[in-house]
Design a protein around this ligand. Structure first.
Ligand code: 1CP
Length: 460
């Protein structure tokens, strides 16, 4: 039983209140070196809301959890300069307090809850009230209610229906007290949206009827426009409304992983054809990855514009290449993706499987958070990644099939090693395995929170 569910906590998690920072009412700041803050009245309202929020029963485990029932939407200025020049203003009324103010840009509305989220704080390497947790592939796969919704609807069709996307994205949050939702979609959704003949075959994965093998095939990879994926925009907007401030993670496939599906024509063990193209025809390779980077930038921008509060680039299969090849053949394109997302001001997470030797380069590519699979302990990952990055990971998903005592011990180890990082988001080392018991994930979520809770400042 999670007596200390962080989402049932009082909203104020040890930050300086707004009235102490001089921030006017009706505004929230998510500057990298300042805390979100609330006007005393907002603070009181939120405290009452939280204190009176109803306890919902967790359908998976019977674990009772408090939920924040409501939240106050507030405009935010995301600041890209020094904290001293940070702006605070009501929506549409930008008040300049210094010349640097021009460097502040309004990104979108955020709720106070989002600005305070432990997940976003950890991504930004700020102090956290507890270690935040979410799971790659938390939506779908192991949930019976997912399989029910998907009955008679193909995978890619389900990714084009905003209500279905919303429902499936929310399903894990009804069972687990995770700190973020991840949009239900797939890395091949934008490829299909620009006209690539890709489908997802049950039990197989993405299959491309006409693989990309020569320069003539590049023409099929046109730019992605928001109008190509209206269902993604609509679903993200619906979700942001429903999530009540809990962050939504948008995502896209990384350049190597997308190229692999396109070149191989489907899932591949060693990505031999893809690597043959990388080695044998650098011109075509860079042209291909350039187009994929364009599509990815656009897909991620669409999700952030609609309200996603972080993005993850899944370059799942990039661990197949050596560090040298990564640097020359992939990093320039990944760097471009992360640089293009920089102005959006949301944390950028970069993940790949078997990438122990690439972790430093994956950070260099411009991610704020480097995802680590289970093969490298987090304290070792800290040594491999340059300073100034948070880490995400890295419990082996297969551990969740072992007895609870083993899971508990392994999770504690991940938490302890995670404390050596500047910021740590607890996750698995790869996606949830289909055979995972959802009750175990619920229990693990509560364990991570309870084990990692930090004392409030000023308390013994
Ligand atoms: O019939 C089904 O239920 C299809 C299974 C499925 C699901 C639920 C696929 C086919 N994709 C998805 C959703 C999905 N895909 C999400 C949902 C959000 C979540 O809960 O995390 C995400 C993030 C993805 C991303 C994705 N798709 C990746 C990167 C993440 C990873 O696991 O490494 C990759 C590599 C894919 C391709 C893909 N799509 C589907 C499958 C089975 C695969 C992998 C195939 C292979 O082994 O190559």
């Amino acid at each position: 039983m999670n007596k200390a569910s962080p989402h049932a906590e009082q909203p104020h998690s040890g930050h300086s209140p707004s009235w102490a920072s001089g921030q006017p009412a009706g505004s929230a700041c998510i500057c990298s070196n300042s805390r979100s803050s609330l006007h005393p009245v907002q603070y009181l309202v939120r405290w009452v809301i939280v204190a009176t929020s109803s306890v919902r029963r967790n359908p998976g485990t019977g674990v009772g959890r408090n939920r924040v029932a409501a939240d106050s939407g507030m405009a935010s200025q995301r600041f890209v300069g020094s904290a001293a020049a940070c702006l605070y203003a009501a929506p549409g009324r930008l008040r300049e307090t210094s010349p640097d103010a021009r460097r502040c840009e309004t990104i979108r509305d955020v709720t106070a809850r989002q600005a305070e989220s432990a997940f976003l704080q950890a991504c930004r390497r700020e102090p956290v009230p507890y270690t935040p947790v979410w799971y790659m592939r938390q939506a779908g796969r192991s949930l019976p209610e997912y399989r029910k919704v998907r009955q008679g609807v193909s995978m890619l069709d389900s990714c084009t229906r905003p209500e279905v996307i919303t429902e499936i994205t929310m399903q894990p949050l009804r069972r687990y007290d995770v700190d973020a939702a991840i949009l239900f979609s797939d890395i091949v959704v934008p490829l299909r949206a620009v006209g690539i003949d890709v489908d997802i075959e049950p039990g197989v994965g993405p299959v491309v009827d006409t693989p990309v093998r020569g320069p003539a095939d590049l023409g099929r990879l046109r730019a992605l426009e928001p109008g190509d994926v209206p269902y993604v925009t609509e679903a993200v907007q619906l979700l942001v409304a429903e999530l009540n401030g809990r962050p939504l993670i948008g995502f896209a496939g990384g350049p190597f992983t997308l190229a692999s599906y396109l070149v191989e024509g489907g899932p591949s063990k060693n990505h031999d054809r893809t690597k043959a193209l990388m080695y044998g025809d650098p011109e075509l390779w860079h042209a291909l990855l350039g187009r994929l980077a364009e599509i990815t930038i656009s897909f991620l921008h669409i999700q952030v514009t609609a309200g996603a509060s972080a993005v993850q680039l899944f370059d799942s299969w990039v661990g197949a290449v050596s560090p040298d090849d990564y640097r020359h053949a992939i990093l320039p394109h990944t760097s471009r993706i992360f640089a293009a997302l920089g102005s959006a001001g949301v944390p950028r997470i970069h993940f790949g499987v078997g990438t122990g030797e690439l972790l430093g380069l994956m950070g260099e590519a411009g991610a704020d958070v480097v995802g680590v699979d289970w093969r490298i302990p987090l304290d070792e990952a800290v040594r491999r990644v340059e300073p100034g990055k948070a880490l995400q990971g890295n419990l082996d998903p297969a551990v969740l099939l072992a007895p609870w005592e083993v899971i508990e011990q392994r999770a504690r180890e991940v938490l302890v090693r995670g404390r050596t990082a500047e910021g740590h988001v607890f996750n698995l080392g790869h996606g949830v395995l289909p055979e995972t018991d959802p009750g175990v994930l619920a229990r693990l979520t509560d364990l991570v929170h309870a084990e990692s809770i930090r004392p409030k400042p000023g308390r013994p």
